[in-house]
Each structure stands twice: as C-alpha cells, then as structure tokens.
Design a protein around this ligand. Structure first.
Ligand SMILES: C[S@@+](CC[C@H](N)C(=O)[O-])C[C@H]1O[C@@H](n2cnc3c(N)ncnc32)[C@H](O)[C@@H]1O
Length: 478
C-alpha cells in the first residue's frame, strides 16, 4: 500500500477544480475514441427482440427487486452466438439467477454461486418444476391459503432489530401475521406453493414498507412516506382483506409465470449438491463466496462463464436485499453485517492481498492515478482502498476463470463503468487487459445501451451522472 500512499499525498495537494474539468474533457474524448476503434455499440434488447419479447418474460419478472440484475438478453446472446447446448455454464455472481434460467431453458447445465442467500431462493422459484396438468389444483391451493392467511393470531418476528422503523405501526402486525402463516405451510407436501407464496409475500412486504421503491437500497424517502400515509388511510380498517387479495393476485401472477416456463420448456434438469460424476443437464446452486470457488470447481471443467461482477463503487447488494432476507428468515442482523464485509466492491482488503502483478497493467496504473487525483473530492479515503481491492478481486476472478474453463471456453463479463466526479473510469480497458494477461483472446467487446432503466441518480455521490450503458467483454481461453 505504501507506493499508493505516496502518489496520493503528492497529487492531492495540487489538484484544482479547473485542472479536473480539463482532465475530464480529454478523458471523455479518449474514451470515445477507444470505443470507436475496438468495439461496437449495440442494443441487445433490439438484437434479440424475436427471441426475448421483454426483460421480464417467463419467470424473469418474479421478484424484480434484485439490485443490478442483468437483462436475460445478456446470457442468451452468448448462448446463441457461441452455440452452447448441452454445455456447462457458470455464473459465479449469480444474483437473481438470470443466467441459471437462460442456461436451463436452452438445454445447458448451470452452476450458480453468490454469497447472497437470496440466490438459491430466487433460482428455486424461477425454475420451479410444476405438473402442468394440475394447474387448477394449484390455483385452488393458492386461494385456500390466501383465505386462511389471517386465520391465526400468531406473529412471525424477523431477526431484524430495526423492523419498527420500516413499517407504520398499523401495518407491521398484519405483515408479521402473514409471514407466520406462510412459514407454517408444510414444506413436505406443499413446497411449490409455499415458495410462490413467499415470493408474493415479499412483494407485499416491500410495497407496504417505508422503503423507497425507486432506489435499489433500503432507504426512506419523503415521497414514500407521503405515499404510505395515503396507503394507510386507504386501508381504512380493511387492511387484512386488502392484503389477502393482493397476496392472492401476486401469487397467481407468479404461478402463471411458473406454469408458462414449464409448459414451454422441458425442465428436465436434476438439482445436484455435488459436481463430480453428475449427469447433464444439472443445476448446482451455492452461496459460496468467490474465494471459495477454486476449491469447489475443478480445473478445465467449465464450457462458458457468463457473469456480471459487482460494479466498482456500486451500492451494497445486501443493503438492497435485507428486507427480503429478514422476512424469509434467511439471515440475522449480525450475519448481514458479516456478509457485507465480504462483498466485492465494499471490502478494503482483496482476497489475494495487494497483488503486485496488477501494478504492471497499464490501464490500471493510469486509472489509479486519476482516482488519486480525484480523491480530493472524496468524502472518505476508503474509496482508494476500495478501488485497489476491487481490481485485485477482479484479477483473482479472471485467474480463477482461466483455471476452471476448458481450452476454447468462453469468458463473458458484463460490467458498468462508473463516472467519478464526472470522469469516466475505464473499467472495461482494465478487465480486457487482465483477460489478455491471463491467456484469453478477446472475441468482442460490445457497449450495450441501457434503455428504460431507472438507475438512481443519487446512487452514489461520487457517481452523480449514473451510467448510460454497460460493456459485454467476451474472451476465449487459448
Ligand atoms: C451485478 S450483481 C449480479 C446480478 C445478476 N447478474 C442478476 O442478473 O441478478 C453482482 C452479484 O455479486 C455478488 N457478490 C458480491 N460479492 C461477492 C463475493 N465475494 N462472492 C460471490 N458473490 C459476490 C452480489 O451478491 C451480487 O448478487
């Protein structure tokens, strides 16, 4: 770390606002030139319009709250372009399971890993195997449960010390009662319907909380406070009836998506808890952190990796999903804090320690210098440590990918570039250089324009302008 410290103290002294703005202009031109020469701007949505009608098609729309999901067109583009069928596709930052769904419906096996315990829950509901001849029975069971949802006075209390802060006092007991009922449904005889009701319960629990619907992380806003006042008034002592009906409508919507995916595709994969001697197609889902994957997945066994790692200076993923984790009873306050410390992008120390090899990567060096210049504006100096740790973790990930992929295997990384105080950070160049250094030939780098996405403008103070598109970098292991 000492060598970075010395650059920091020298540069920060001299940087002025004028210098910074001049610097930004030059950088913008440079980065545009780079894009024009090496890559192509594209809209994956438009390109795949005949295959994927909407980003929420099939079960992708279930629990659409997961932060920084990528669109299903990303994995589907790779699967089609590189003709993947009967192959093993890995997503080590699986999040809400977008890659898992696309892999399975195209006849591939999938390995999904993410430290967030929401991942197994979401993949389970999105790839729920249902007997489509029992459609009417499923509808009946959902209605029966919705009618009975407030039949007991029992309340479920989440392991969440701050829960009172997030709900109006009129509503919290109703939500607790709803969850007590959902958790009591028999796992052995009605596990599918229980899963669907849990997903629908999450929708209600978010809608009637003070958590702002527009921002990915858990935050209270004036706007939502005002809406909640109206919502509470409109319940008018009818809260339980309204909740029961809304739960039923949402659960039926989710059931329909699950039936659709079962009707259209043979979900004939087997779920497995081990990776050796497993028959394909299979699905393996784990909550291991990236640093534990090298001991889990053997060298030269994977055909393709499609993934979107955390973005540099992105929000905390746990902060965005903790409301769901608490109601599902997947984590306690303490565990949320521990897992956040292990989140790439939040950690101050990388998995591999500070890696000297990184210092030789040209694009990294220049971007680090730029960050150091900009650091006069940072509220905390943590941002430099988070930066170095982030790229050391990216290097760790790309080395891991080079090990587990077969020769000719495809590594595709979908990544956004934040602007720090208006200055674009060329994450794509660094990742590309790292891939080349680790023995990949770059097949393509596409800049996918973001359409209709409400990326919050105040998501991070250092990134006030948000991002307009994301990079899909594809390499082949030589
Ligand atoms: C950009 S999101 C991936 C979203 C996913 N592509 C989807 O469509 O839902 C990045 C993910 O990386 C996960 N993550 C962060 N640190 C991790 C770590 N140390 N090991 C494994 N996963 C991690 C986060 O929990 C988050 O789900």
């Amino acid at each position: 770390m000492t060598k970075y410290k010395s650059i920091i103290s020298e540069k920060t002294k001299n940087t002025t606002k004028e210098q910074l703005s001049l610097y930004n202009q030059v950088e913008t031109k440079e980065s545009l030139r780079g894009k024009a020469i090496n890559s192509q701007t594209i809209s994956l949505r438009d390109k795949l319009i005949n295959t994927i009608p909407s980003t929420t098609y099939l079960t992708h729309g279930i629990h659409n709250f997961y932060p920084a999901k990528f669109i299903p067109q990303v994995p589907r583009y790779i699967i089609e372009k590189y003709r993947l069928k009967g192959k093993v596709i890995l997503d080590p930052f699986a999040g809400s399971g977008t890659t898992a769904v696309e892999s399975i419906i195209t006849g591939n096996s999938n390995i999904s890993s993410d430290i967030n315990p929401m991942t197994p829950f979401l993949i389970n509901v999105k790839l729920l195997k249902l007997d489509t001849s029992k459609e009417m029975k499923y509808f009946g069971v959902i209605s029966r449960h919705a009618e009975a949802i407030f039949s007991s006075e029992k309340e479920f209390s989440p392991r969440w010390s701050n829960v009172d802060y997030w709900y109006p006092p009129e509503i919290l007991p109703i939500i607790k009662q709803m969850w007590a009922y959902i958790h009591s449904i028999d796992e052995n005889t009605e596990s599918e319907i229980k899963t669907i009701l849990k997903a629908a319960g999450l929708f209600i629990s978010r809608k009637y909380s003070f958590s702002d619907d527009e921002t990915p992380k858990l935050t209270r806003s004036k706007f939502k406070n005002a809406r909640m006042e109206k919502l509470v008034d409109s319940l008018n002592n009818q809260g339980r009836i309204i909740f029961k009906n809304e739960l039923k409508v949402k659960a039926i919507e989710y059931l329909n998506s699950c039936l659709e995916i079962n009707n259209l595709y043979k979900l004939n994969f087997s779920k497995t808890s081990k990776l050796d001697n497993v028959t394909r197609p299979f699905l393996y889902v784990t909550t291991k952190s990236l640093n534990h994957l090298p001991s889990t997945i053997q060298s030269n066994t994977i055909d393709c990796i499609v993934t979107s790692p955390p973005y540099l200076y992105a929000q905390e993923y746990f902060r965005s999903t903790k409301i769901d984790l608490y109601w599902l009873d997947l984590l306690s306050d303490r565990q949320v804090k521990d897992l956040t410390k292990n989140e790439i992008g939040q950690k101050k120390i990388s998995f591999s320690g500070i890696d000297d090899h990184i210092a030789n990567i040209q694009s990294y060096k220049s971007v680090l210098e730029r960050i150091v210049e900009l650091s006069v504006n940072f509220k905390t100096q943590d941002n430099i440590q988070r930066f170095t740790s982030y790229f050391a973790d990216m290097q760790f990930f790309i080395r891991f990918a080079a090990d587990v992929l077969k020769i000719d295997g495809i590594l595709s990384i979908f990544i956004g570039e934040p602007k720090v105080f208006g200055c674009p950070i060329n994450v794509k160049d660094i990742i590309t250089e790292m891939m080349i250094n680790c023995g990949f030939k770059i097949e393509e780098a596409l800049f996918d324009i973001i359409k209709n996405r409400n990326l919050s403008k105040n998501r991070l103070n250092e990134n006030p302008e948000g991002i307009v598109g994301e990079w899909l970098i594809v390499g082949r292991k030589l």
